[in-house]
Design a protein around this ligand. Structure first.
Ligand SMILES: NC(=O)c1ccc[n+]([C@@H]2O[C@H](COP(=O)([O-])OP(=O)(O)OC[C@H]3O[C@@H](n4cnc5c(N)ncnc54)[C@H](OP(=O)(O)O)[C@@H]3O)[C@@H](O)[C@H]2O)c1
Length: 233
């Protein structure tokens, strides 16, 4: 299949886990992959080796906790591939931060990586984008799990608000949506989750392919993909 042939997909946090699966899924559909990573140098190079047999791929290292250099990151991608058709902001930092212990350093690190970088990345990408798709990966977990991860939740809620509002700003040629997974069934995490309401990385990739497809006219939506887990936790 080649529904994304000729399209350049820029995926953040693409070296491992969901980002890697997304890169593979879009490459299988013929897309050129601009794969961002931060610390997973070895995994990023392994992904490049795997995918360059199928398609064009280049790696772009950048620490998104420092949003200042984002225009330069986007310049590097467009110098290499001339354009970006689809941006998937998947990179995210997630760790426990009890409300009473949250420091300004935690706040800046989490909000800069998950939200501020997404904002300025989208701004830089859409300055050069005529027609395209923006997808933010958020999170569908229910309110009960949120208390000890406040800065993370604020960042993901911020992305959903940003996405819905931006869809109006950029319509009709650029469509903006979120995909909100419940717990993802990676092998290393499965023992922590109830298997029957865990979402497979493949299901998320299929959703991303659908949302990013040229003929999909969805915009300003958050697609909740959690097999109903938010109702039972
Ligand atoms: N896993 C789940 O069960 C689950 C559930 C709900 C929602 N989600 C969301 O789904 C997405 C993918 O989940 P995941 O578990 O695959 O994510 P993950 O492994 O926790 O993180 C994805 C990538 O984010 C990158 N990243 C972290 N800090 C960064 C920074 N300062 N600068 C640049 N990149 C940075 C990392 O890149 P490097 O490895 O190169 O450093 C990492 O590989 C995330 O947005 C997550 O919030 C996940």
């Amino acid at each position: 299949m080649s529904q994304f042939k000729g399209k350049v997909v820029f995926i953040t946090g693409a070296a491992q886990r969901l980002g890697k699966e997304l890169a593979i899924a879009f490459a299988q559909e013929g897309a050129t992959i601009a794969a961002h990573y931060n610390t997973a140098h070895k995994e990023a190079h392994a992904l490049k080796q795997l995918l360059e047999k199928k398609t064009k791929i280049e790696l772009f290292q950048y620490d998104l906790s420092n949003p200042k250099g984002i225009p330069g990151l986007v310049r590097r991608v467009t110098q290499k591939f001339k354009k970006i058709d689809i941006l998937i902001h998947n990179a995210s930092v997630f760790y426990e931060t009890k409300f009473s212990n949250v420091t300004q350093k935690d706040w800046d690190f989490i909000l800069n990586t998950n939200l501020k970088s997404a904002f300025f990345l989208t701004q830089a990408v859409t300055r050069r984008m005529k027609n395209g798709k923006i997808i933010f990966i958020t999170d569908a977990s229910g309110p009960k799990t949120r208390g000890n991860y406040l800065p993370y939740w604020i960042s993901k809620s911020g992305l959903e608000t940003f996405s819905e509002t931006l869809a109006k700003v950029l319509m009709p040629h650029i469509q903006v949506n979120c995909i909100a997974p419940g717990p993802i069934g990676f092998k290393e995490d499965l023992k922590r989750f109830r298997k029957d309401i865990t979402v497979s990385p493949q299901a998320l990739c299929e959703a991303a392919l659908y949302v990013a497809a040229p003929g999909t006219h969805l915009t300003g939506h958050t697609l909740l993909l959690d097999a109903g887990r938010r109702f039972v936790q």
